[in-house]
Design a protein around this ligand. Structure first.
Ligand code: C5P
Length: 236
């Protein structure tokens, strides 16, 4: 397998072509962004941590029967993934109220959601990723009803697997964001699962071990991400 030209550069990752048309390489950068990239920084070592953590989670999900784009970890910063057509809908699952739902709806922080909430956001930086409902997805022709049903079902399954696993590591899975893609008519879990895209709270201390450290200056980001990696690596 050979690495070829750059196909796309996002805020946190670069995608490269390979000599195999259905496979691409995701390269994790050290860039950190928050609040629609209004807050930006380069944090040395973040890409290595996120690639390692995301590879671990994807591998675990693949083994548990969740179809994902992940094939294998290639190096510190790179993973081999299937090329997919990304569905421009971000799926957020919430177990506990934090972040935008507290601001938007005035729900007190820490409120437990049982069953968990599943929300959809339009993946569009210019419009600041607005929250949308299922009907908007159909009105804008973003995905078919069967696809939305699958995304919801997969998102809730991922939540059960990750929540239970992290609980055993002494970490509360508060919420997270997923993206899905199409490959050969099938839906695959895509993008990344890392402390950039999940809220993780230390079950004992309540400490944030995720990107909220950067968003709200809660402490050194690398220290928090390393704690997550150390906890999950005990299980390898
Ligand atoms: O900001 P909000 O509270 O809606 O975020 C919910 C979850 O989704 C958080 O874990 C956050 O890190 C993640 N998220 C993300 N990318 C976005 C929006 C939210 O990873 N564009």
């Amino acid at each position: 397998m050979e690495k070829r030209e750059k196909l796309y550069e996002g805020k946190a990752k670069i995608i490269y072509a390979t000599d195999e048309p259905d496979k691409v390489i995701a390269h994790y950068k050290d860039a950190a962004t928050a609040f629609d990239a209004v807050k930006k920084a380069t944090i040395k070592g973040k890409g290595v941590l996120n690639n390692t953590i995301a590879s671990f989670f994807f591998q675990m999900l693949n083994e548990r029967g969740i179809p994902t784009h992940f094939i294998k970890k290639l190096s510190d910063r790179e993973m081999l993934i299937y090329r997919v057509e990304i569905i421009p809908v971000e799926v957020v699952v919430r177990n506990i109220a934090a972040g935008s739902i507290v601001k938007r709806l005035g729900i007190p922080k820490n409120t437990k959601f049982e069953p968990p909430l599943v929300e959809f956001y339009l993946k569009n930086d210019e419009l600041h990723d607005p929250i949308i409902c299922e009907q908007h997805i159909y009105a804008m022709n973003l995905a078919k009803p069967e696809e939305v049903a699958q995304m919801k079902e997969l998102a809730l399954k991922v939540n059960e697997i990750l929540k239970e696993f992290m609980e055993k590591q002494g970490v509360i899975l508060v919420d997270f964001k997923l993206e899905f893609g199409r490959k050969d008519g099938k839906i695959l879990l895509a993008d990344e699962i890392s402390p950039d895209t999940c809220r993780f709270w230390d079950a004992k201390t309540g400490e944030s071990l995720d990107k909220d450290r950067f968003r709200f200056d809660l402490g050194d980001l690398i220290e928090g991400y390393k704690k997550i990696l150390e906890k999950i690596e005990k299980n390898q």
